[in-house]
Design a protein around this ligand. Sequence first.
Ligand SMILES: [Zn+2]
Length: 243
Amino acid sequence: MADPIEELREKVALSCRILAMEGLVEGILGHVSARIPDSQEMWIRCRSQKEQGVRYTSVDAIRRVNFDGKGALGKEEYQAPNELPIHGEIYKKRPEVGCVIHAHPREALICGIADLELRPIFGAFNMPAMRMALEGVPVFPRSFLITRPELAAPMIDIMGDKRLCLMKGHGITVTGKSVEEATVRALNFDTLARTTLQVAQTGRKAPDIAPEDIAELPDIGSTFNDLWVWRYYVKKLQEEDRR
Ligand SMILES: [Zn+2]
């Protein structure tokens, strides 16, 4: 029978490759982690001398470390990400979080720089993204590299109990109970940011959708949807890699 801890490791690698395939991460920047159940440890995407970019993340590059980054980095001398405290500090403070994604997607970056507010400007087009906007997207106003726990703390304070954060002049941090949930949430966040930016580029101001329209957008629950969407992207990745 498959080892669930190894399966989790494979999902972290898949998430990295999916996020790169969809343009949320470019080159070698961006990382995904997953809490290892019943431990103070996580799987996290690391780099070695053989680094080839997030799109080509191998399972071997996903290393098991504690929330401070100490652990088995392996014979290839993998290096944990400089911004590991984004992951470790969230796991320490948010027991419900099972996966953390940190990425630098271009459109979210521009929304942050230009102070474009992420508002519910569409409805049935993408209901999870609309709900994200309706609940409000926290913006962390600082753009430094989060290399120490004390630099992660103010971002985690601004996130509060929200599951994502726009980091001005930097990128995004997205959490989820599972790798699948966090990955799909990051993709939806990207859709919200891309759409917001494209609307702003038309020069027209988009109003929020009407409350009576929101009332007719049922909360269909994310779990099954996330799994279906996740499977679609895993399949798309496999097809793309086969070419
Ligand atoms: Zn970063």
